[in-house]
Design a binder for this molecule. Structure first.
Ligand code: ZN
Length: 318
């Protein structure tokens, strides 16, 4: 009897010690992981523009998408160009940078820029300026994602230069090839003046492959919207934040068949959305939307209808 009691006592003690060790390990991992501790995220809106609602929702009829994204008299809906600034281990990484201001009046007349937000003002709100940026991460080179990369050197508008003079610019080889030898379908979105000055300045670098790019900063490569678009997946406060770029431009695009008419491989997008959304629901990722004019980010959950938004949040509250 005595031996049994002693055994039970030892077993209990061991279990207790194991639990204490486990709690300590989790605590240690959280507080000593430099990425978790040091990463700061700032939402940076570079402005709002308009795009045709039909083009943004592909095969979905207007009677449906108009409820979540009401169109104006020209069938245009308002969209944000929301970037994300990642501060991590003395680096300040800007993910995408909006449309910029280089093109002529005729070009901008197609896109109805509105609101008062600009990239410069939104960075300043967080206490940063262009010269503070150490890295510019370009999800892809469509003009509404990378146009802010390059600016005119002065008011004569005769020469172009990278906007972020202290930054390394990041794309990947496959996408760079695709964008610099564009197909007729995407040609109007890949503008030479947004792209070539980055290369000519010597500031262009390539991310080699999917997976961990920096500690706490993973990338997913997706091919439905365009070739090798890169989505940052950030390890932040013991959760993950996905910068959705054009895989999921807005909360209205959560249903799987709601795919943009612009996508070059829509069936690929369906599969990529399914995979990403299932994982996001399972692991409670925060999905950060670049183009949603109203909702900055959401968590998602499985419902009878498929994966839908759960909590609506802002990065600053997360
Ligand atoms: Zn795009």
């Amino acid at each position: 009897m005595g031996t049994i009691l002693l055994d039970a006592y030892i077993e209990n003690e061991l279990f207790f010690l194991f639990k204490v060790k486990k709690v300590f390990f989790v605590w240690f991992a959280y507080f000593w992981n430099p990425n978790q501790k040091n990463m700061k995220l700032y939402s940076v809106n570079s402005g709002y523009f308009k795009l045709d609602g039909g083009a943004m929702f592909g095969v979905v009829p207007k009677s449906i998408w108009n409820k979540t994204n009401p169109a104006d008299e020209n069938n245009m809906c308002s969209w944000a160009m929301r970037c994300l600034l990642v501060e991590i281990n003395n680096r300040l990484i800007l993910i995408d940078n909006g449309m910029g201001d280089k093109q002529n009046e005729k070009f901008f007349s197609f896109y109805y820029l509105h609101g008062t937000d600009t990239l410069e003002k939104s960075l300043a709100k967080h206490g940063f300026c262009f010269d503070d940026i150490t890295d510019v991460f370009l999800t892809h080179l469509h003009f509404d994602h990378c146009g802010g990369s390059v600016k005119y050197t002065d008011s004569s508008r005769s020469a172009l230069t990278p906007t972020f003079k202290n930054a390394r610019y990041w794309s990947n080889k496959q996408h760079w090839e695709w964008a610099t030898h564009p197909n007729p379908r995407e040609k109007a979105s890949f503008l030479k003046e947004n792209i070539m000055p980055i290369y000519e300045s010597g500031q262009l670098h390539f991310i080699e492959k999917e997976g961990e790019w920096l500690p706490g900063f993973e990338t997913l490569f997706v091919n439905g919207h365009t070739e090798s678009m890169m989505l940052p997946l950030l390890h932040y406060k013991n959760k993950k934040v996905l910068f959705c770029a054009d895989l999921l431009p807005s909360v209205g695009h959560l249903p799987i068949p709601y795919v943009m008419g612009y996508d070059v491989r829509p069936l690929e997008t369906l599969k990529e959305k399914e995979r990403v959304l299932q994982q996001a629901a399972k692991e409670e990722w925060l999905l950060f939307f670049e183009h949603d004019g109203v909702n900055e980010s959401v968590t998602v959950q499985n419902t009878e209808k498929g994966i839908r938004a759960n909590h609506f949040l802002k990065i600053a509250e997360f």
